[in-house]
Design a protein. Structure first.
Length: 550
């Protein structure tokens, strides 16, 4: 384990053997076999995630049912152009929370990500509120993904969904309760499968569009002309109907991209996080954007927006626009291949969700915002109590035994989307406090381990855009004759939840927003400067041509 250091130093909560000289905290260099140990939890948790893991995990979390299944609904509601623009704009907007959280996590690489940053840079009440909002999101998303996996299996067999929910749930718990390295390798493999499938599907789409399919029909931009690039949504004529169709795509796109900001949640378990997290932020995002944008564009050339199969909520590959395109072109083997990879995608998303949620809960417990029992770790460095607690909510998936699985999945999907918007808004808000605290204290950003691009402008755009999307997410319920109680509740319930948590904690604990001149940015900069990470190993051989990870 780690070497002993001088016993004359004064121990400060959360840090390894720090000394205070005046107002400056100095942290002694302290190393174990995994590198510098400047925070206590790094000694408690096992650092089993490497750069290739974290980059591919970010890909795995962002590419899943939102692309393979949900993109069909986006095309049906917004048309090929509306879907393309919606996914493109959302991809651009999410750079704001991704770059923001990566910059802060490179400086403060602690488990829980943004909830720890909110604790130090804004207000403990915001840390508490967003932390439990993230835990709530995990409670909802876990059964959602397990239900998705169970429904996908219906494509091949009609065995009761309860059997598959149990099987996939047990596998999920086992993956998260053993070594984090095993989790990393599983996610690495699943991400590779998804990338291979997307590349294969886009090649297939290009061949079919150009007339190379079994029917030898060259589609070109046929469906952009008829039925057209945009859809008259809800039967509203004119430009308003087309705009509403485009705007509705954002809810699908937000769900598809949700989770891409989680590259820093398990920061304390990552080797060289100050180097690995920024690289993941810079590289993962444009790749995900290309995968999504290119895939949405290609499938929009192959499937007309008025195809009735696009709105069939089967939850299996049958509703995938890629499968519909392959079926229309006479290619029979594609549905089963897509279904198999979508199955791994759904389970993989649940796997990532359980890891992220348990680390957030662990981080809350470290700060005293959750019961101390959630701080307990196994001899393998896994916060097993947090994992076990969140695993209980997989049982919510059994609701599908009394309701149609696709309907329940739809409820969960809406709740996850809204929670993602709240989380993205808070990330950008916390970053702005962090940025202006540095400015107030006269600290140059050049001293940071990594500086995000376009800041603080990106964060400001993110705050306004995500609040707008949050407030308009359930706009259809306010149109005459379109009221739907379930849509209204799932679209807006997160707003009172987050405000109740925030102001309730402030009222009980009497916390205050930290003044800009008292935000402890310099303390963390000194910690980073006193604990430099080892230099990267030179890239040699075939790795020089690797475009997926470093």
């Amino acid at each position: 384990m780690a070497e002993e250091v001088s016993s004359t130093s004064s121990k400060q909560p959360g840090f390894i053997d720090s000394e205070k000289h005046g107002d400056v905290v100095q942290v002694q260099s302290y190393y174990d076999e995994d590198g510098p140990v400047e925070f206590e939890e790094k000694a408690e948790l096992r650092r089993g995630l490497y750069q290739r893991h974290i980059q591919m995990i970010a890909l795995a979390g962002a590419i899943g049912t939102g692309l393979f299944l949900g993109s069909g609904k986006a095309i049906a509601r917004g048309g090929p152009l509306g879907a393309l623009l919606g996914y493109t704009f959302t991809g651009m907007l999410v750079t704001a929370p991704v770059f923001s959280v990566a910059e802060m996590s490179a400086l403060v690489p602690l488990s829980g990500g943004i909830i720890r940053h909110a604790e130090y840079f804004v207000d403990p009440a915001l840390s508490f509120a967003n932390g439990w909002n993230s835990v709530y999101s995990t409670m909802v998303s876990l059964p959602a993904e397990i239900v998705a996996a169970a429904v996908i299996v219906d494509f091949w067999t009609t065995i009761n969904n309860g059997v598959w929910i149990t099987v996939f749930g047990v596998l999920l718990v086992l993956s998260n309760i053993i070594l984090v390295r095993i989790y990393g390798e599983l996610e690495f493999g699943f991400a590779t499968l998804k990338i291979m499938l997307i590349i294969g599907l886009n090649i297939m789409a290009l061949v079919v569009v150009c007339g190379g399919g079994p029917d030898h029909t060259a589609y070109g931009f046929r469906y952009w002309h008829n039925p057209g690039p945009l859809v008259q949504y809800l039967g509203i004529d004119g430009s308003l109907g087309r705009f509403l169709g485009f705007w509705t795509v954002f809810s699908n796109a937000v769900y598809a991209y949700s989770g891409v900001e989680n590259i820093s949640v398990a920061a304390a378990e990552v080797h060289c996080p100050r180097r690995a997290i920024p690289i993941a932020a810079k590289r993962i995002f444009w790749r995900v954007g290309i995968f999504y944008v290119l895939s949405i564009f290609m499938v929009g050339l192959l499937v007309p927006s008025n195809d009735p199969d696009l709105l069939r909520s089967t939850g299996t590959a049958a509703q995938s626009p890629f499968v519909i395109a392959a079926t229309r072109a006479g290619i029979k083997v594609v549905p089963s291949i897509i279904n198999a990879v979508v199955l791994t995608s759904a389970w993989s998303a649940g796997n990532s969700g359980l890891l992220n949620g348990s680390r957030v809960l662990y981080g809350l417990a470290r700060e005293g915002r959750a019961p101390a029992i959630f701080k307990r770790t196994s001899r393998f460095g896994i916060p097993y109590v947090s994992v076990a607690f969140l695993s209980l909510f997989i049982c919510l998936g059994y609701m599908t035994l009394s309701n149609t699985a696709s309907t329940v999945f739809g409820w969960f999907q809406d709740l996850v989307s809204v929670s993602a918007l709240v989380n993205w808004t808070i990330i950008c808000t916390v970053y702005l406090r962090f940025f202006y605290a540095m400015k107030k204290q006269g600290i140059s950003r050049d001293r940071l381990p990594w500086k995000g691009y376009g800041q603080p402008y990106l964060a400001w755009v993110g705050v306004f855009a995500f609040i707008l999307l949050l407030l308009t997410g359930g706009y259809t319920t306010f149109i005459h004759g379109q009221w739907d109680t379930e849509t209204f509740v799932s679209s807006y319930i997160n707003i009172p939840i987050i405000f109740t948590l925030y102001f309730g904690f402030k009222f009980i604990k009497k916390t205050k927003i930290i003044p800009l001149d008292q935000v402890p940015v310099m303390k963390f900069i000194e910690i980073a400067e006193n604990n430099p990470e080892p230099p990267p190993k030179p890239v040699t051989g075939w790795r020089r041509f690797n475009v997926l990870w470093s």
